[in-house]
Design a protein around this ligand. Sequence first.
Ligand SMILES: C[S@@+](CC[C@H](N)C(=O)[O-])C[C@H]1O[C@@H](n2cnc3c(N)ncnc32)[C@H](O)[C@@H]1O
Length: 306
Amino acid sequence: MARDVMNEERAERVRQAVRASYAARASGHAEGCCGEGGDGGGCCGHGAGHEAAAGQAAASSCCGSGGCGGAEDHQAGGCCCGGAASHAEQVGYSLVEISSVPEGAEMSFGCGNPAALAGLQPGETVLDLGSGGGLDCLLAAHRVGPTGRVIGVDMTPEMIDRARGNARQGNYANVEFRLGEIEHLPVADATVDAIISNCVINLSPDKPSVLREAFRVLKPGGRLLVSDIVSMAPLSEEARSDEGLWCECLSGAEEVGALERMLRDAGFVDVLITPQDESREFVRSWAPGASVVDLVVSAIVEAWKP
Ligand SMILES: C[S@@+](CC[C@H](N)C(=O)[O-])C[C@H]1O[C@@H](n2cnc3c(N)ncnc32)[C@H](O)[C@@H]1O
């Protein structure tokens, strides 16, 4: 088996685990330390799904044991439970951006802020791979304006419902969400100016297909600017086969060199992957104690279609 592509049976198992994990988060059933399982979903970002996937109680979640479930902590902002804004702020959203979207839309499971980095221009068409609750799409919509258009694609129906609800709440006329897999994009050839994505490609068991599809839908001269988790060293087979860690955006991380090669094989040029050292701290908090967290980091991945 080529290292890049996992056999189809295992790939399908991974896809199902990822979908179940994010369905639970979208529905607010895996919020972990944020308690209630209510609508504030996502302030913990990662963490909850690992436990959900492992069939454990979500109580400790990303805050570690004993966590910070109390109201004081929630308000103090001292850990990932420090309010819905904490995870989003940690990964790079400004308070202005967070407060610019409808309440509840600040839910982030990302590892960066790609819409801020993609140089989006009024009138452009933007595609978000794995759009989750829609935060990056809404922020992109502000940037491309009424003459532009944003399409979010996600394979988890509960996420699509949530994203559509957020867009409705904010009366966004230039955003739509499509249910689909990023390995088979429901998007026409050569119609997109910029592709963004936030912590999603690492979750795919078939990254070469994702990148070929991204290349297909971009217009000539179009660009890809994504935030994603990459690995700085080979991950053990044991880590790779841990579905809980995979759902946490950790053990599916591709090595930087391999990801560069996949991008070039798909046809991209001017490929640049920039690891973000400052991300190590928040990445560690997603699975405290797991050895894989020392080998992975959030990175900005840029590439162009000639
Ligand atoms: C880590 S979350 C990130 C969500 C969003 N980008 C954000 O920053 O909050 C991953 C999202 O990607 C979606 N996803 C994972 N693998 C996918 C795939 N192969 N095709 C489409 N969506 C996928 C999940 O359903 C989930 O909503």
